[in-house]
Design a protein around this ligand. Structure first.
Ligand code: ATP
Length: 282
């Protein structure tokens, strides 16, 4: 029985320039994945292969980063969400994990992205894990991770909002042993970079001053918050256009351009999705 949860690996289309800010994080990811991929001989010279764990609040770009590194290194990308792999039938969860790694090897070079890794591997021996399903899932995952060292071109990236819940055995050397924090954008410069990256896909009136837009933003915004700001501005632009058409001063819905007024309106409804209290967890 094949799980429907596991899709086919394919090369994504997210580029580095679609991701604003996060310079240091991008560099660490590239060093971890691209270097051993392009120079496999370094592995026999003692370069240690690592699995990456991206951790931090929701909406900060973890998925985007994992996809972009696959695109930029021309690798296929296999994304699995932890909860999707868990199956109530005896043995099926472990089989799902085997299948993930087997598909990845066939599609190598490949990045396996484990989103919500904490849900796949909550601390063993805890919670109401009847029948020890989670124990077996974690054991299977560890076996697969350890087996990766013989094949040089399958990499794993995990993502979690709750690194504190992870089974410590997953973090040992050679497994998810490189921990990279992906946080909120706290300074104006990184907010501006994220905004610019997002707006590559929108049409913005030249009169809009993006530095002013970020000056009016609350601090500590995630990339997802800034994306919400842009799509709200887009909604304002659409409404404005529709009422102009109703007034008869405009004729078509195409050629939508975001102007300062759209951003002003969108800003009035902007709320940071991650609270100070949540941030203190990391
Ligand atoms: P989760 O923990 O909820 O899975 P995540 O950290 O994986 O969240 P993403 O799915 O990568 O977050 O980001 C959500 C959306 O926010 C992206 O699709 C993108 O539109 C926007 N976004 C986040 N970070 C950035 C960034 N640095 N630059 C541009 N867009 C971003």
């Amino acid at each position: 029985a094949h799980s429907q949860a596991i899709g086919a690996p394919k090369i994504p289309s997210v580029r580095w320039q679609d991701i604003g800010g996060l310079q240091q994080v991008k560099k660490e990811i590239l060093d971890t994945i691209q270097l051993p991929l392009e120079h496999p001989e370094l592995l026999s010279l003692g370069l240690r292969r690592s699995g990456l764990l991206l951790y931090g609040p929701p909406g900060t770009g973890k998925t985007l980063l994992a996809k972009a590194v696959a695109t930029e290194c021309t690798m296929t990308f296999l994304s699995v969400k932890g909860p999707e792999l868990i199956n109530m039938y005896v043995g099926q969860s472990e089989e799902n994990i085997r299948e993930v790694f087997s598909k990845a090897r066939t599609a190598a070079p490949c990045i396996i992205f484990f989103d919500e890794l904490d849900s796949l591997a909550p601390n063993r021996g805890h919670s109401g894990d009847s029948g020890g399903v989670m124990d077996r899932v974690v054991s299977q995952l560890l076996a697969e991770l350890d087996g990766l060292h013989s094949s040089g071109d399958v990499f794993v990236i995990g993502a979690t909002n709750r690194p504190d819940l992870l089974d410590q055995s997953l973090l040992r050397p050679g497994r998810f042993d490189k921990l990279v924090y992906v946080g909120v954008n706290e300074d104006r410069e990184s907010q501006l970079q994220v905004l610019k990256a997002i707006l590559r896909k929108f049409k913005v009136d030249p009169s809009v001053c993006l530095s002013e837009v970020v000056e009016s933003c609350p601090p500590q915004l995630t990339g997802a918050d800034l994306y919400a700001l842009c799509s709200d501005a887009m909604m304002c632009s659409i409404k404005r256009k529709i009422s102009r058409i109703a007034e008869g001063v405009d004729s078509e819905l195409s050629a939508l351009t975001l102007c300062s007024e759209d951003f002003r309106q969108a800003l009035s409804g902007l709320q940071p999705s991650v609270s100070e209290q949540q941030l203190n967890r990391y």
